[in-house]
Design a protein around this ligand. Structure first.
Ligand code: BEZ
Ligand code: FE
Length: 285
């Protein structure tokens, strides 16, 4: 058989023919699409060898910045809008249910479970005192008992506990009773920058973007019979609501944090969880 050689025109077709031999149909589909878009990108941009190497160095450094406290690839996905696109595809169109948004890199599994009404911040934590309360219902309007509400936030200095040396703080779990109500104390969320001392920060700077996120509280709410909801509550009036570095703001999640008589703030939000998708008999294991 004669040895074939390829040209700029014919190379993509050959790569596609080879990846289409993958036995797994989903992998076949994903790889074929990836190759088409990658080759399309190279054809459109026509990088020099030096530019291509700079791109490879950027991705290499992104990986080198990752460890068990820092996930630079998630940050890259977040700041390029890819995380929110995946979120829209997988959780979109909820009808009356509360909208979701990015998980972000600061969620820590296994936060301490506290009694309803407790404070998630240790004494001396920077920030203005704040109380948040409301209800958890399902999409049929029933109060949800036994919902596990995970809450976490940046402190008043704009840093999460995992970015500081003082141990766990400003995160906790609460479990709803039969009334489906929740209530906890925290500090009023402030706007803060996503980590921008690494490759992603350089990308933001080079493209003329700021690294700020509007003040928010993170929630992950899991309950029997319901889909797990990952979302935020954003502070109404925050100057970065319209330019969140990770594109996570949804209008329905913006909440007024009102001044209360004790000199702190109070916010109220009623969450609605989607009902869990029923498995078809073929999906049952
Ligand atoms: C955050 O809100 O914690 C966050 C989300 C995405 C990227 C960086 C930080
Ligand atoms: Fe956050």
């Amino acid at each position: 058989m004669p040895i074939r050689s390829f040209s700029e025109k014919t190379l993509t077709g050959e790569v596609l023919r080879r990846v289409r031999r993958a036995p797994d149909p989903r992998l076949r589909q994903v790889m074929a699409s990836f190759v088409r878009h990658l080759h399309g990108f190279v054809r459109e941009v026509r990088p020099s060898q030096e530019e291509w190497m700079r791109g490879i160095r950027f991705l290499t450094e992104t990986g080198q910045w990752c460890d068990d406290r820092r996930q630079e690839f998630i940050l890259l996905s977040d700041t390029l809008g890819a995380s929110m696109l995946v979120d829209f595809i997988n959780y979109g169109g909820g009808g009356t249910a509360t909208e979701s948004t990015v998980l972000g890199p600061f969620y820590v599994e296994g936060a301490p479970e506290l009694p309803m009404g407790a404070s998630i911040v240790k004494p001396g934590t920077p920030g203005a005192p704040c109380e948040v309360s409301g209800t958890i219902r399902d999409a049929r309007g029933r109060f949800v008992a036994g919902a596990l509400i995970d809450v976490w936030q940046a402190q008043g200095d704009g840093l999460y506990d995992v970015q500081k040396p003082d141990g766990a703080n400003a995160r906790a779990c609460f479990r709803t009773g039969a009334d489906g109500r929740y209530r906890f104390r925290c500090v009023k969320p402030v706007s803060y920058p996503v980590p921008h001392d690494g490759p992603v920060g350089r990308m933001l700077h080079a493209t003329g973007r700021h690294p700020m996120r509007p003040g928010h509280l993170h929630f992950r709410i899991a309950a029997p019979g319901c889909e797990t909801l990952v979302t935020h509550l954003f502070v109404k009036g925050d100057r970065y609501l319209d330019s969140d570095a990770v594109f996570g703001v949804k209008r329905s999640l913006i909440v007024e944090f009102r001044r209360n008589r004790a000199g702190g703030y109070a916010a109220r939000y009623d969450f609605v969880l989607k009902l869990a998708k029923r498995r078809t008999p073929r999906q049952k294991r």
